[in-house]
Ligand binder design. Sequence first.
Ligand code: UDP
Ligand code: MN
Length: 264
Amino acid sequence: MITDQAFVTLATDDVYCRGALVLGQSLRNHTTSRKLAVLITPGVSSGMRSVLRSVFDEVIEVDALDSADSVRLALLQRPELGVTFTKLHCWTLTHYSKCVFMDADTLVLCNVDELFDREEFSAAPDSGWPDCFNSGVFVFRPSLKTYNLLLQFAAEHGSFDGGDQGLLNSFFSNWATADIGKHLPFIYNLSSSAVYTYVPAFNHFGRDAKVVHFLGATKPWNYKYNLQTKRVMHDGTTSGSFHQLSFLALWWNIYSASILPLLE
Ligand code: UDP
Ligand code: MN
């Protein structure tokens, strides 16, 4: 066990906690040698906290209102940046030397500990605008200096997309051109929606996928799942491709086998 490195995720409510738990369990299933940490906010229930503690090594409560310094106050004038602000707290985890942040709507398909060989700031291209990185999976070094610079930057410039991805892309603005070593292969952040925008590429490379990211409005927990047939049910409104459905089924398999029993 390498105790000064961790996978970090974030869940601000009990619903996103379901995603965090499946992610954490998937990392455990693939025997990561790193610590697992989850950032939560006061909205997470006490019952959920104890379940989180059974999967994660550390459950860390963060609060956007915990201090009144001027940068934070300026940020509080921008309520649209609420969750963004919360994600930035990952830079305060200075008892770790290096971390990999993963959104609560991601799932690992194999051991991905080699991500810790990368440096800050490493991330995979965003499928919508590949000169931007997707902020659902990234390698970073906790540092209060960086944290404060990020807060200051957020207060001064906001975020061009209203979320953490726009902010982080502006802050780490030379990502696209400076160092190809900081470009994670797309298979470390395969957006399930990209699968059917370039089907031949998915058919060719998809078998190597290491991390699936269920980005977008409909998350795995929004689907219905039949516990008997072990099938994800999708109505006509969700254009679920075969591949997307198989990733969803994988998420639900972990959720029903390992997480639901903890929640009962
Ligand atoms: N998140 C959260 N609560 C929210 C929204 C987001 O905890 O209400 C966290 C969670 O870790 C989530 C991440 O922020 O995975 C980014 O949001 P999301 O995955 O919904 O954005 P997308 O990847 O779809 O752009
Ligand atoms: Mn996401």
